[in-house]
Design a protein around this ligand. Structure first.
Ligand code: SF4
Length: 357
């Protein structure tokens, strides 16, 4: 057990491993302790990542039309979500998107394609894009996210210059059958292991807010720890109309902070990313979440819009963090923050207009 949250953080800094009991304590802590949990976990974040935030940028190479049936996904088989659907972007189009992300501060480009897994031709397409991107921006990492990998495919991606492979576990093994019937949890684990064996940095995370219990959140985070996931995106369910989870709205901003803190305590040295759904679920606490997460996606997601990219950069600067790599190669001008003008009140008391209440 631990004396207080700072003692728990010190135990992790001393090489301890977070126990299930301690994990439960984080997720069930009362609201008035959350800020102390954040402050304690922030010590771990600072110890491993100082004041940096890694900015990632998603390029959706192929959107919608997936034969798999992941219940949370707007691109799933049978989805009636009105999202963009297109086959593979041409190479120039993909590069144009990636360049925009890099100009916006991204240190990692995440190349994503919907589908069960890549064909040999798909891998060739990705290899050509990566080749060009790496010759233009050798310091920028490329992460591929192309679904389940067959034997040998991870090695081909590695040889093409890909740095990392993303394949999320999404939830606990015990719950997996409730969110997908077309592949299994172990299929997903197998792909992360293939990526790792091929020398790709494993990126694997979760989606929370799908009705899972605290113990199931812990199962998923501990499974990622056991797998050695080096980047852990924490996604907060975005309930798309036209998907089975359309009416599932279970998260609060404080709950999201507890989950991010759990990920930080359990995997202190991993890149913890506040990923899809942060705007919707963390809301005004996004900036507080930077004390836990050292990574985010800039701008838009695969099929939904995020907050304006400039607002992401401004949030990072306002919270006293800096974008990883930006000052090393001078790619980015300092973020110009908005100083709103004073607006003279012309509504409410003394006017005929409704008050701002
Ligand atoms: S495999 Fe990927 S794109 Fe297809 S439904 Fe599942 S999450 Fe969506």
């Amino acid at each position: 057990m631990f004396k207080d949250w700072f003692d728990l953080a010190q135990q992790q800094l001393d090489g301890g491993e977070l126990s299930r009991e301690d994990a439960r304590a984080i997720l069930s802590a009362p609201d008035d302790q959350v800020i102390e949990i954040v402050a304690a976990a922030a010590r771990l974040r600072r110890a491993y990542f100082d004041d940096t935030v890694k900015v990632n940028y998603l390029v959706n190479l192929k959107s919608g039309l997936c034969p798999e049936d992941c219940h949370y996904c707007s691109q799933r088989l049978g989805s009636e979500a009105d999202v963009l659907k297109y086959r593979w972007l041409p190479q120039d189009g993909a590069l144009e998107q990636a360049r925009a992300g890099i100009a916006g501060g991204a240190r990692r480009i995440c190349m994503v394609a919907s589908g069960r897994g890549p064909s040999a031709h798909d891998l060739e397409r990705v290899a050509m894009i990566v080749d060009e991107l790496k010759s233009e921006s050798p310091d920028v990492e490329v992460c591929a996210c192309l679904g389940l990998l067959r034997d040998g495919q991870a090695e081909m991606l590695k040889a093409a210059g890909v740095d990392a492979y993303n394949h999320n576990l999404n939830t606990s093994e015990s719950r997996y059958g409730e969110i997908c019937s077309t592949h299994t949890y172990m299929d997903r684990v197998g792909t992360v292991e293939k990526a790792k064996r091929a020398g790709l940095s494993p990126c694997s995370g979760v989606i929370v807010g799908m009705g899972e219990s605290d113990d199931e959140v812990i199962d998923a985070i501990f499974a990622l720890r056991a797998l050695g996931s080096e980047s852990i995106p924490i996604n907060f369910l975005m309930p798309f109309d036209g998907t089975p989870l359309a009416d599932t709205k279970l998260l609060s901003p404080l709950k999201c902070l507890r989950i991010l803190a759990l990920a930080r305590f359990a995997c202190p040295a991993a890149e913890i990313r506040m990923a899809g759904g942060r705007e919707m679920h963390l809301r005004t606490l996004q900036s507080t979440a930077l004390q836990l997460a050292n990574s985010l996606f800039l701008g838009d997601y695969l099929t939904s819009e995020g907050q304006a990219a400039h607002d992401d950069l401004e949030m990072i600067a306002d919270a006293g963090f800096r974008i990883l790599g930006a000052d090393e190669d001078g790619r980015l001008a300092p973020v110009v923050t908005h100083q709103p003008e004073v607006a003279i009140r012309r509504r409410g008391a003394g006017t005929d207009l409704a008050p701002n209440a």
